[in-house]
Design a protein around this ligand. Structure first.
Ligand SMILES: [Zn+2]
Ligand SMILES: [Zn+2]
Length: 194
């Protein structure tokens, strides 16, 4: 009776200790995996936001040491905008500025002209002509009127802008043969009239 209870008690303690060991190892392994995942996520995240190696290392180390409080601090300190987004925004801005500048250059002689000029004072090239439908002033190389969307038959294709514009616009009439369209459109009505 006594021996049997001792045996049962001993076995019970042994099982409990084993269970605690297994549970402890499982919890430790889980926390280790979570910690590695956290540090890897932070490293990837800061890699997409900063090119500075010191910033990357310092912020990753901070999260590795302080874990969850470090992560909260990291989320507060990290650069708000990923590099790809900031790069894209910069490209858009540059393209916009380039477009603005290009409109102030004569398509015939490349000299700078005022945006309100209807003809180039240097080479006599027509810079703007009225829309046939709404009569508003339109740039020579615009394919349609942006105010009333009327098609422009006599619009001269700009050598600098036409290929790029044709590739981005989903307009099947212009995209396959931009050079042909340019050659056909330039001065055909004038030649026929005179
Ligand atoms: Zn000119
Ligand atoms: Zn119009």
């Amino acid at each position: 009776m006594f021996a049997s209870t001792t045996t049962v008690g001993f076995m019970g303690t042994d099982t409990l200790i084993s269970a605690l060991w297994i549970a402890g190892i499982a919890v430790a392994a889980y926390m280790l995996v979570m910690w590695i995942a956290l540090v890897l996520w932070v490293y990837r995240d800061i890699e997409s936001r900063s090119v500075d190696q010191f910033t990357r290392t310092a912020l990753t180390a901070m999260v590795a040491v302080f874990n969850i409080p470090g992560l909260i601090l990291y989320l507060a300190l990290r650069p708000s905008e990923p590099l790809v987004e900031s790069y894209n925004r910069q490209l858009e801005m540059e393209a916009f500025m380039h477009e603005m500048r290009r409109e102030d250059v004569c398509s015939g002689c490349q000299r700078s002209v005022d945006a309100s000029f209807v003809a180039c004072p240097y080479c006599r090239a027509t810079l703007q002509s009225p829309c046939a439908k709404c009569s508003r002033s339109l740039q020579q190389f615009w394919a349609i009127c942006p105010y009333c969307s009327a098609e422009r038959q006599g619009a001269a294709a700009s050598p600098a802008t036409r290929p790029a514009a044709a590739s981005t616009l989903p307009e099947p009439r212009l995209s396959p043969t931009p050079v042909f369209a340019q050659g056909r459109d330039v001065r055909t009505p004038v030649t026929t009239a005179s």
